[in-house]
Design a protein around this ligand. Structure first.
Ligand code: S3P
Length: 437
């Protein structure tokens, strides 16, 4: 990824009809389950961002034949649950926490040893949240002071456990579900709050039985995944940048087609609607095990709100751009119960606060949240801290600011939304890639 900055200038009304690249969470899971399934899996709408490609390459390194992505289509020749091979070298998960945390669960149950590493951001992220419960299952996962690199010892017979997760995390839940595919007895995972359930839905798509009730999911090792055809919906986390941009820029009217509407992911729409956004959900339909819809977004004035803590996991990746929305809203927005934001690709509370203050907004931070006093965004220079969602959130900020905003170090946009700038330009946003010197 060649380094570059983004320059985002005040925009005229957004108009158009766009589609958004495939969902990152679903693309990862399609590769993982396709790789250990019996038979062939085709994936259409695969997100060919760097994060999902890291997952794809990891399975290729473990002997799985994977064709593509060619035009967002991937064909996986599943090797079955016990068919993975020891990779020749360390698996590089790049910037992707999902790759590392989910793979750790799967690899803890294999017959061979593996090592996982990642980029500078991933090396700072907590991994004891997966190594701890995996140890209880009998796995041997060595962290480096609770962080990557990880060293996973193979040949361990895993035992199912009942695990009450201390944090609401779909990555931890999914890690344990993947380990549970191999564990003796039942693996029972209890969530403190609802988190994205793509793994559960994907297991069902692969004909693997699981039991779900309220906040508990139970799996055992008795079955096999069967290869299938997966269609990946557009990523609501990527759509969020355009939903907020169209809401904020006067005169905008934008269609966004084929957006994933999984109820564990739609917090961003509910929060924006509570703030006064004009978002119409059209043509809601099933796409395999997932819900999708088309969205019609019109400019609307926003008002600050207290964001309910229960909404946090349902909008966990959308807070950077929601903070931009709050900065342009009339009145005050308050968020608590979101300390998880501090251990994403960057400290998203600290980094957003610094950037918004640089653009003239009054912000206060707490360990678990933020207070934003809505005002007028000024132009300026901000740092993305190599975090894709921070970069795109400030690109949206530049579209409604009084003057241009330069966002430093944006190459990581390619991890989740490689066509972001092109799509932005298609809807008439004035966002440019500029040389980083
Ligand atoms: C993800 C879960 C979330 C989210 C991440 C993707 C997933 O992380 O922030 O971008 O695909 O399971 P946590 O589970 O750590 O909240």
């Amino acid at each position: 990824m060649a380094p570059y900055h983004l320059l985002s200038s005040p925009a005229n009304a957004l108009r158009g009809d766009i589609t958004i690249p495939g969902d990152k969470s679903i693309s990862h899971r399609a590769i993982m389950l396709g790789a250990i399934a019996e038979g062939i899996t085709t994936v259409n709408g695969f997100l060919d961002g760097e994060d999902c490609l890291a997952t794809l390459r990891a399975f290729q390194a473990m002997g799985v034949a994977i064709e593509g992505p060619i035009g967002q289509r991937v064909v996986i020749h599943g090797v079955g649950k016990y068919g993975l091979k020891k990779p020749d070298s360390v698996i590089d998960c790049g910037n992707s926490g999902t790759t590392m945390r989910l793979l750790t669960g799967l690899l803890a149950a294999q017959s061979f040893d593996t090592e996982l590493t990642g980029d500078a951001s991933l090396l700072k992220r907590p991994m004891d949240r997966v190594s701890r419960p995996l140890h209880q299952m009998g796995a041997e996962v060595m962290t480096t002071d609770g962080k990557p690199p990880l060293s996973i010892r193979g040949g361990k017979a895993l035992q199912g456990i009942t695990y009450e997760m201390p944090e609401a995390s779909a990555q931890v839940k999914s890690c344990l579900l993947l380990a549970g595919l191999y564990a003796a007895g039942e693996t029972r995972i209890i969530e403190p709050g609802l988190t994205r359930d793509h793994t559960e839905r994907m297991l069902t798509a692969f004909s693997y039985p699981i039991q779900k009730s309220d906040n508990t999911v139970v799996i055992n090792a008795a079955s096999q995944c069967q290869g299938t055809d997966i269609i990946v919906p557009g990523d609501i986390s990527s759509a969020a940048f355009f939903i907020v941009a169209a809401t904020l820029v006067p005169g905008s009217e934008l269609f966004i087609r084929n957006v994933g509407m999984n109820p564990t992911r739609t917090g961003v729409i509910q929060i924006l609607q509570k703030m006064g956004a004009d978002i119409t959900i059209i043509n809601k339909r099933l796409c395999g095990e997932e819900l999708v819809a088309d969205l019609f977004v019109k400019h609307a004035p926003l008002e600050g709100i207290d964001i309910p803590a229960a909404m946090v996991p349902l909008a966990i990746d959308e807070f950077p751009v929601l903070f931009v929305a709050a900065s342009c809203a009339k009145g005050q927005t308050l968020l608590h119960g979101a300390k998880e934001l501090r251990c994403k690709e960057s400290d998203r509370i600290g980094v957003m606060a610094t950037g918004l203050q640089a653009l003239g907004i009054e912000v206060q931070t707490f360990e678990d949240g933020i207070f934003i006093n809505g005002g007028t965004l000024q132009g300026g220079v901000v740092d993305s801290h190599h975090d894709h969602r921070i970069a795109m959130a400030f690109a949206v900020a530049g579209s409604v600011a009084q003057d241009s905003v330069t966002i430093k170090d944006c190459a990581n946009v390619a991890t989740s939304f490689p066509t972001f700038v092109k799509t932005a330009n298609d809807v008439k946003l004035a966002i440019l890639e500029i040389n980083n010197d």
